[in-house]
Design a protein around this ligand. Structure first.
Ligand code: IMP
Ligand code: MG
Length: 176
């Protein structure tokens, strides 16, 4: 289908906000917390790479890949773990890093799952938030940008696996 990409959040805006979030997170953790960033694959990869480099607090990284989509484009409450964490998180300080919170279904399930493993603390950082779409309430501790209900791509977010590599957030404009 013919389409074009329109910039919603520029590279400079993204980078400035990531630096702000990093400073907020730095205020809340110390080196002694031995913070573990848990990135949700694949959308969070670019955000996490920039965020941890902007932070002063030393971190470790791990990744999880969960899929909450059935056949449709709407996430369901049904979350499948495609790749679990490599390590035990009991007693660890965890910060989940996500690209976008939409219905909240994905994060809600991930939080439920990780809480059962008894971490010392569990917080969430999401680059984007579409509050108008929320179905399940999930407390997000650090939010980069609130955006309207539009399908966005770039900076980790994809449309059928494309556009993750764009350095800005754009929206897809369908033509015809
Ligand atoms: P939720 O479970 O509805 O909150 O969906 C969250 C997941 O859906 C995110 O991790 C994204 O992978 C995906 N998603 C939601 N909205 C968008 C979008 O506008 N563009 C690309 N992916 C999206
Ligand atoms: Mg995702």
């Amino acid at each position: 289908m013919a389409h074009s990409i329109e910039t919603m959040i520029s590279e400079a805006e993204l980078q400035a906000q990531v630096v702000k979030l990093a400073a907020e997170i730095d205020k809340d953790y110390t080196e002694q917390d031995n913070l573990l960033l848990v990135g949700l694959l694949k959308g969070s990869v670019l955000f996490m790479a920039d965020l941890c480099r902007a932070m002063k607090t030393p971190i470790s990284m791990d990744f999880m890949n969960v899929s909450s989509y059935g056949a449709g484009t709407e996430s369901s409450g049904d979350v499948k773990v495609l790749k679990d964490l490599d390590q035990d998180i009991k007693g660890r300080h965890i910060l989940i890093v996500e690209d976008i919170i939409d219905t909240g279904n994905t994060l809600n399930k991930v939080v439920e799952m990780l809480k059962l493993r008894d971490p010392a603390s569990l917080k969430i950082a999401s680059l984007l938030d579409k509050p108008s779409r929320r179905v399940v309430n999930v407390p997000v501790d650090y939010i980069g940008f609130e955006i309207p209900d539009e399908f966005v791509i770039g900076y980790g977010l994809d449309w059928a696996e494309k556009y993750r590599d764009l350095p800005f957030i754009g929206k897809v404009i369908q033509q015809g």
